[in-house]
Design a protein around this ligand. Structure first.
Ligand SMILES: Cc1ncc(COP(=O)(O)O)c(C=O)c1O
Length: 375
C-alpha cells in the first residue's frame, strides 16, 4: 500500500514537473507560491511581492520597487495594522472571545478590521464622519460591521467620530477602541513584517525608502526597521500630499502650522504628529511634497506602462520614489509602498468631469487621455 502511494506520489510529482517545465510554457513559478494559510484570512496577510517598475527604473537609471500591498487579502496595506492592533488587544487581555472592536475610520483600516474581526469571531463597530459616501458605509456594513455615521466636527469637539468611538468601547464589557493613530501596535506591524520583508526581498541592497503618512504606521515602522538593520545606511523620506503639515514640520525643524487645503489622495496627509510617528521622526533623512498633478499623472502612467491599477496614495508614493531616485542619481535602489488598488476610487480618478473640477485634466499626458473613460 505504501509502495503504491509512493509510486502514485512519484508519478504525480513527475506530471507536475512536466507541466511546470513545459517548453515554451507560461509557468508562474509555482514553487515560489506561499504555503497554506492555516489560520485562514489572518495568515494570508503580508508576504506581498516587490514589483520592479520597469519604465521608471529605466528612465531614472535606478531600481524603483513597489511593495504590492494591494495584494493583501483585504486589499490594502492596512490589513497589517488591523491584525496587529487586534492581536495587541488580545495580548493585553482587553479583548476576549466574543468581544467587540471599535474604531473611528472611513477607509481601509475599517475594511481590514472587518475582515480580521469576522475571521476571529469579534464584532466590529465603526464610527465615521457623515460626509463619507454611502458606498463606504454600505461596504463596511456588508462586511459585517455596525456603522455609525456622525456629524463631521473637528477633533477638538467631543462629538468627533474618534472620541465617540472611544466612548462606545468604554460603555461595553469586553470591548476595545483600537485607536489606529496613536496605538503603536500599528507601527509594530511594519517593524515586524513590512520592513523585514523589504530587506529580505532586496537582499539588503536597498538605498532608499519613501512613502506617505496617514497614521504613519507604515513610514515609521519601515523606517525604524531599515535604519536599524542597515546601521543607518538606508535613507528614508516622508512623502506628503497637499493639505498635510508634515513636510513643512520636518523642513522647518519642528514648527507645526495650521492644516489647510486638501488633496485628491485618500488615507494620507496629517495635521499632527501621531504617537506612531513621534519615536521615528528623528530617523528620517528628509521629506518631499508631492503635488496632486504628479500623483494623478502617475495613476495613468502606472496603468499604461506597468499594468498596475493603483489608488492615488500609491501613485503619490511612486512619484515620490521617482523624485528620490532623481535626487540620489543613477545606480540606487528605491523602495515604496503600493497601498491599494484603484477599484474604490475609479468613479473619480477616471472621470472627465471630476478631473476638470479638480483642475487636473491638464496633468494627464495627451497619449494617456484614452483612459479617461467615464463622463
Ligand atoms: C489608501 C491608503 N494609503 C496609505 C495609507 C497610510 O498608511 P499609514 O496609516 O500606515 O500611514 C492609508 C491609511 O489608511 C490608506 O488608506
Amino acid at each position: 500500500m505504501l509502495r503504491t502511494a509512493v509510486r502514485r506520489f512519484g508519478t504525480t510529482a513527475m506530471r507536475a514537473a512536466e507541466v511546470t517545465s513545459h517548453p515554451g510554457g507560461k509557468g508562474i513559478g509555482i514553487s515560489k507560491a506561499q504555503g497554506i494559510a492555516q489560520n485562514g484570512f489572518i495568515d494570508a496577510i503580508g508576504n506581498t511581492p516587490l514589483i520592479r517598475m520597469k519604465k521608471l527604473s529605466d528612465e531614472t537609471g535606478c531600481e524603483i520597487l513597489g511593495k504590492a500591498e494591494f495584494q493583501n487579502p483585504g486589499g490594502s496595506v492596512k490589513d497589517r495594522a488591523a491584525l496587529f492592533v487586534v492581536k495587541d488587544a488580545e495580548d493585553r487581555g482587553l479583548l476576549r472571545p466574543g468581544g467587540t472592536v471599535v474604531e473611528g475610520t472611513a477607509g481601509n483600516t475599517g475594511i481590514g478590521l472587518a475582515h480580521v474581526c469576522r475571521s476571529k469571531g469579534y464584532k466590529l463597530v465603526i464610527y465615521m464622519p457623515n460626509t463619507q459616501s454611502q458606498g463606504k458605509i454600505d461596504l463596511l456594513r456588508l462586511l459585517g460591521a455596525e456603522v455609525y455615521p456622525v456629524p463631521a466636527v473637528a477633533f477638538e469637539n467631543p462629538e468627533n467620530y474618534n472620541h465617540q468611538a472611544k466612548r462606545h468601547a468604554e460603555r461595553l464589557d469586553n470591548a476595545v477602541w483600537t485607536n489606529q493613530f496613536d496605538n503603536t501596535a500599528n507601527r509594530q506591524a511594519h517593524i515586524e513584517t513590512t520592513g523585514p520583508e523589504i530587506w529580505a526581498q532586496t537582499d539588503g541592497k536597498i538605498d532608499a525608502f519613501t512613502c506617505a503618512s496617514g497614521t504613519a504606521g507604515t513610514i515609521a515602522g519601515v523606517t525604524r526597521y531599515l535604519k536599524t538593520v542597515s546601521d543607518g545606511k538606508v535613507k528614508c523620506y516622508l512623502a506628503d500630499p497637499p493639505g498635510s503639515v508634515l513636510h513643512s514640520y520636518i523642513q522647518s525643524g519642528g514648527k507645526l502650522v495650521e492644516r489647510s487645503g486638501g488633496s485628491i489622495t485618500e488615507g494620507i496627509g496629517q495635521g499632527r504628529i501621531t504617537d506612531n510617528l513621534q519615536p521615528d521622526l528623528d530617523l528620517l533623512d528628509g521629506s518631499l511634497h508631492v503635488p496632486d498633478e504628479q500623483s494623478i499623472e502617475m495613476v495613468y502612467r502606472c496603468l499604461d506602462e506597468e499594468g498596475l491599477y493603483l489608488g492615488a496614495s500609491s501613485c503619490l508614493n511612486v512619484a515620490a520614489a521617482r523624485n528620490v531616485a532623481n535626487m540620489l542619481g543613477p545606480g540606487n535602489t528605491v523602495v515604496t509602498i503600493l497601498c491599494d488598488g484603484a477599484y474604490r476610487y475609479a468613479d473619480r480618478l477616471f472621470s472627465r468631469k471630476w478631473l476638470t473640477e479638480k483642475k487636473l485634466l491638464d496633468a494627464i499626458p495627451k497619449h494617456l487621455e484614452k483612459y479617461i473613460v467615464l463622463p
